[in-house]
Design a protein. Sequence first.
Length: 281
Amino acid sequence: MKSYPLQQLHKQVRKPHSAQSASAKHTSLKPEILFEDEHIVVLSKPAGLLSLPDRFDTTLPNLRTMMVEKYGEIFIVHRIDRDTSGIMMVCKTAEAHKILSEQFETREVRKIYHAVVQGRVEQEEMAIDIPLQADPQRPGLMSPSVRGKESLTQVRVLKRFRLATLLECELITGRQHQIRVHCAAIGHPLLIDADYSENTEFMLSSVKRKYNVGKHQEEKPLMSRTTLHASRLEFRHPATHETMSFENPYPKDFKALLQTLEKYSPYRTTTLQTTSWEEFL
């Protein structure tokens, strides 16, 4: 097996506002190519970039449009959420798409994510086996249900902080929002998740003692998107059948979050009984 680590580091209907191409705007959302040949392209998708065109505003930057403009015909074999960063793969041929789609369906593809969740997860490893279905009360979202589809996530603790935990989450199945819903279901929603937790952003002042904002200044969030990163993807090449494994280091915002938690909210064992996080700060 070859490994290929990355070396660099209320619903409102919106009206299209420009005929300008999606890839010509928001250049900071440009994906980075990790590997390509005549069959596939493996890339690093930045947070904020849609995998597919938006249904209401096709001018919003999205990966598929960018890939079509670059390569012509392209086939999306899987996707990750808009506000999730990390590894994705697209196919250049229908045959490659067919073969890789079969690998996803038979669960041959390994999809590993890193997630920062709220609270300290005490169990070192666990399997979250909770069926999921479309949430009947919130269109576009998912919820646990005994009537839902089989959904399995393997979880392993990578690092504990005082107020949060860094998890490695391997998707065995691939339901929409699976990691986000599973983590919330066990009492540890993502540290930031506007849909499945109450937190929409993370402020330095929440962990740094005596943090002061300058006069006439407003504190900006350290991170304001879901704390989830597609870290690793492993599959068999559709033509050579060689097992390929790609790893994608954290983007700047994810790395800054972990460094902040390590510096201002390190994990330390204690028997002190507390009723709120503020007692530790």
